[in-house]
Design a protein around this ligand. Structure first.
Ligand SMILES: Cc1cc2nc3c(=O)[nH]c(=O)nc-3n(C[C@H](O)[C@H](O)[C@H](O)COP(=O)(O)OP(=O)(O)OC[C@H]3O[C@@H](n4cnc5c(N)ncnc54)[C@H](O)[C@@H]3O)c2cc1C
Length: 413
């Protein structure tokens, strides 16, 4: 078994990992990026629709175009990239990272690690829908991979469960490929994705959206033959007498992403709502040498945010590898009313902090308040699909440090 040493090791070659590795290498640290697929890019490679990079490059790019730009930046930075290699385990005591690839098992011993493994899709089994398990039930990401990368159609007549952006984009994609998309069901009384995607992916193609609906049974022995759906009450429970049948051979599930953080959860702890590691303003986890960024921390909606987080994590990992991050007392922050996802969960008062949060329901007018209003921001037309960002300057962090308990809340006005 061979063993390597490096300053910074980046795990995962999606938008977050690519940006992190470039930043660490540009800061002059020896950097290795490990990606388990044969080429880097992550989920971007299968997202052939436009809508990427409006903030970072001031252009509307497709996913593969955005990934190509990041790969160019990485090549210029001098970081080493190892593809077709997976990380199997990380030893928190020695920082030894076990990897496996075509040439066998290798151990890498970095000074600092950036964890950027992305998120996985919530599968059918997690929905607890009774009945058989016929062929024809796909997660939206898998269906997207089949259509966009392998030129294969998942079926002929499809129903989509979940109106997050991936479900909406797949409704349009399947329709354009000749699949009859009979509708999109959404458990909540409002769409899960961006309004522009509801208009551009459903309304423009007359694909019906059924709010407050879910699937209560699937039918078929070998291949799916139909789905029973029902209206739900405000607690999400199906309402008796509202069942309706959809004759479809394909059910596409777009029911959420879960950060892929099991490799580190055991020793850094996962936030119960974000489901990724708790991080501070520098994207540092509770292990001082381990930084994390992108969808492995919490599910972000925009790749621009993910790439910026990766860059920041890479830069701070490089500084850690140089022993250049002072130990300071961090300020824990907690969720007050109307806050679901919250990143970071600790403020490092030495640097400006960008807080990312998600609200649980749409609100016309609201105000984000941090630490009893030491930092506040007014919001108009805020929706769960769009993360809210609030900057906490260093001077405000000094004021927050004087409070016993710092809460982040969204107050409806
Ligand atoms: C369908 C869809 C549509 C989207 N549309 C838009 C849009 O229009 N505009 C926009 O801005 N954003 C969009 N996004 C969001 C954006 O694409 C993602 O937020 C971003 O690309 C996630 O990057 P990441 O690096 O966090 O994760 P990923 O891209 O998932 O990358 C993680 C990488 O880590 C690797 N990995 C995981 N575990 C290991 C391991 N143990 N060892 C080695 N490698 C490992 C994986 O193979 C993967 O390549 C969309 C996302 C999806 C899924």
């Amino acid at each position: 078994m061979k063993s390597y040493r490096t300053d910074v090791l980046v795990i995962g070659g999606g938008a977050a990992g690519l940006a992190a590795a470039s930043a660490a290498a540009e800061a002059g640290r020896e950097t290795i990026l490990i990606e388990r697929e044969d080429s880097p890019g992550g989920v971007l490679e299968q997202c052939i629709h436009p809508g990427f990079g409006v903030h970072r490059y001031r252009e509307e790019l497709t996913g593969p175009e955005f990934a190509a730009r990041l790969v160019e930046e990485l090549d210029a930075s001098g970081a080493e990239v190892l593809t077709g290699r997976s990380v199997l385990a990380i030893d928190p005591k020695t920082r030894a990272v076990e990897t496996v690839g075509p040439e066998g098992v290798r151990t890498i011993r970095p000074k600092a690690v950036v964890f950027a493994t992305g998120a996985r899709e919530r599968p059918f089994g997690a929905l607890r829908i009774p009945g058989p398990r016929p062929v024809g039930i796909f997660t939206a990401g898998l269906a997207q991979k089949l259509v966009n990368l392998h030129n294969l159609l998942p079926g002929r007549r499809a129903l989509i469960l979940g109106s997050g952006d991936i479900g909406l984009i797949m409704a349009r994609r399947l329709h354009l490929e000749g699949v009859e998309v009979v509708g999109v069901l959404e458990l909540k009384p409002f769409p899960g994705g961006l309004m522009r995607n509801v208009v551009q992916c459903l309304d423009d193609y007359e694909i019906p959206l059924h709010l407050s609906h879910t699937v209560i049974a699937v039918h078929g022995t070998k291949r799916l033959t139909g789905v029973t759906a029902a209206r739900v009450d405000e607690t999400g429970r199906p309402i008796t007498g509202t069942a309706r049948e959809f004759a479809v051979d394909t059910l596409i599930l777009s029911v959420g992403l879960i950060p892929e953080a099991e490799l580190i959860g055991r020793f850094v702890g996962l936030d119960p709502i974000n489901r990724g590691p708790c991080v501070d303003s520098r994207w540092r986890t509770r292990a001082p040498w381990l930084f994390a960024a992108g969808n492995s921390v919490a599910v972000f909606d925009l790749v621009d945010t993910v790439a910026a987080a990766g860059e920041s994590a890479g830069r701070f990992a490089a500084r850690f590898a140089e022993n250049d991050i002072p130990e300071v007392r961090k300020i824990p922050i907690s969720r007050g009313e109307n806050v679901l996802h919250l990143v970071p969960t600790e403020i490092d008062p030495g640097v400006p902090t960008l807080i990312h949060l998600r609200v649980p329901r749409p609100m016309q007018r609201a105000q984000v308040r941090i630490g009893e209003g030491i930092v506040s921001r007014r919001l108009i037309g805020v929706r769960p699909a769009e993360m809210v960002e609030v900057e906490v300057p260093v001077e405000a962090a000094e004021e927050l440090a004087k409070l016993a308990d710092v809460k982040v809340e969204v107050v409806e006005e």
